[in-house]
Design a protein around this ligand. Structure first.
Ligand code: ARG
Length: 474
């Protein structure tokens, strides 16, 4: 045929492409380069080989391979895996690149045929790269999800450790970035633990739905061989085999879900790291970072910058971008497999790599932070943060809250004008505003008094925070 003839003249490109039979022309180098994905999907070689080893066993059960053939294939696949682990073949240059395999599936198959000859060509019986790549991705997502969960646990435990150390440290709580009411630093840190806990829940939930084996779906219609898909799914550690072959090769919602969970987690990290940037500024001075966790300026000798925290804050946008990238790849795609789906991997890998790195870095920053209890305590008092407690006190004594709010507002205005704090008002001065003020007001006009009053489930009262700490540790 013309194809073979051309291959003889121009090299070996066509004869090297496993799908070359129908083709009469050499691949155009520009198009080949543009469509091949090996440089990206090489990361899936372990998953791909695990899938192939299980597939060979399924082919024995289907009567396609003999047990002896399967065991030769299995040995060869293991050798390929250890070859790739030690040194993955470097990218080819020039002419050789046109002949190079398109993707990881083709590369593994090529190696197998080099090792086993025609027997290597039997492995792809009844299988398509469409169900194969869907399988590889589901296996990868399972592994990545487990790593994410571990990294989240690491950050949670860093926050919990710091919360335990600072269960008595008072800081101003903020709304609108204006000092609002005193809270415990432990309470503030535990807020992030709650967020991370939900992030872990979202990831675990995504993993539950990803736990389905697409192998045996074939190109789109189902394998043409009597594959026991349930046993195959079980061999690969999946909970079940997919119920619809078109769905199995066409959807990537399990990747979307994981990237969505990562995006939300990254938004949480961006807020925590954003606070680290604020807290370590001279303006706040609530905390400092050890030198080793910061970097300097090439020009200004005075600078010590929280660059890692800033980068986590920025990279949250990148992971959200990965999510949107994949959503846009999927939007409007007709069933079943389309080559568009090849674009899923860069988004997935980047989203996972970035999120994992940011979780590790944030945990390091949290462990390294040195909090300044005195500065935080002073700041907690300075913003008239006891005003709500005063209004609550008057309400408890029977004054309608709206009136109490108004009255305390006047007290705050007067205190601001006199450059003094609310806690400096004597009982006599307080009683000028309202006869409802009694001697026990001194217990309320303190940070501890205000904290102690927030004694509801989820509140910042020390007893509640200790309880919350015990709960998150359990
Ligand atoms: N590299 C491809 C991907 O990542 C593998 C599947 C290719 N299938 C095909 N029919 N060309 O999606």
């Amino acid at each position: 045929m013309g194809g073979a003839g051309q291959a003889d003249v121009k090299g070996f490109a066509l004869s090297q492409q496993p799908w070359g039979g129908r083709f009469g022309e050499e691949p155009d180098p520009l198009i080949h380069e543009f469509t091949r994905s090996l440089d990206v999907d090489r990361r899936l070689f372990r998953e791909d080989i695990a899938g192939s080893r299980a597939w060979a066993k399924a082919l024995v059960r289907a009567g396609v391979l003999t047990p002896e053939e399967q065991s030769r294939i299995d040995v060869a696949l293991q050798e390929i895996e250890s070859d790739f682990t030690d040194n993955f073949p470097p990218p080819l240059a020039g002419e050789g690149r046109v002949a190079a395999p398109e993707d990881i599936h083709m590369l593994v198959e090529k190696r197998l045929r080099e090792k086993l000859g025609p027997l290597g060509g039997k492995l792809h019986t009844g299988r398509s790269r469409n169900d194969q790549v869907a399988l590889d991705l589901r296996l990868y997502v399972g592994g990545a999800g487990a790593q994410l969960l571990e990294a989240i646990t690491g950050l949670e435990s860093a926050l919990i450790t710091r919360a335990e150390e600072h269960v008595d440290t008072v800081m101003p709580g903020y709304t609108h970035t204006q000092r609002a009411q005193p809270v415990l630093l432990a309470h503030h840190l535990l807020a992030y633990v709650e967020m991370l806990h939900r992030d872990a829940g979202r990831i675990a939930d995504a993993l539950r739905r990803a736990d389905v084996s697409p192998l045996g779906a074939g190109a789109l219609a189902g394998s043409g061989f009597p594959i026991d898909r349930g046993a195959l799914a079980h061999d690969l550690g999946f909970g079940a085999a997919s119920a619809n072959s078109l769905d199995a090769v066409a959807d990537r919602d399990f990747v979307v879900e994981l990237l969505a969970a990562c995006s939300i987690a990254m938004i949480h990290l961006s807020r925590l790291c954003g606070e680290i940037v604020l807290w370590t500024s001279i303006e706040f001075s609530f905390a400092s970072l050890p030198d080793a966790l910061t970097s300097g300026s090439s020009m200004m000798p005075n600078k010590k910058n929280p660059c890692a925290a800033e980068l986590v804050r920025a990279k949250s946008g990148r992971v959200a971008g990965d999510l949107v990238n994949l959503l846009m790849v999927l939007k409007g795609l007709p069933l079943a497999y389309n080559r568009d789906l090849q674009e899923d991997k860069e988004a997935l890998f980047d989203g996972i790599d970035t999120t994992l790195a940011c979780l590790h870095v944030t945990a390091r920053l949290v462990r390294g932070l040195r909090f300044d209890r005195d500065v935080m305590r002073r700041a907690a008092l300075e913003g008239y943060t006891l005003a709500t407690e005063l209004a609550d006190y008057l309400s408890r004594k029977g004054m309608p809250f709206r009136d109490a709010h108004h009255l305390v507002g006047r007290m705050v205005a007067e205190a601001i004008a006199a450059h003094r704090g609310l806690e400096s008002f004597s009982l006599a001065e307080l009683q000028r505003f309202s006869p409802l003020f009694g001697a026990e007001i001194v217990d309320h006009l303190t940070l501890e008094g205000a904290l102690g009053s927030r004694d509801v489930v989820g509140g910042t009262a020390p007893a509640r925070v200790r309880e919350a700490l015990a709960n998150v540790k359990a």
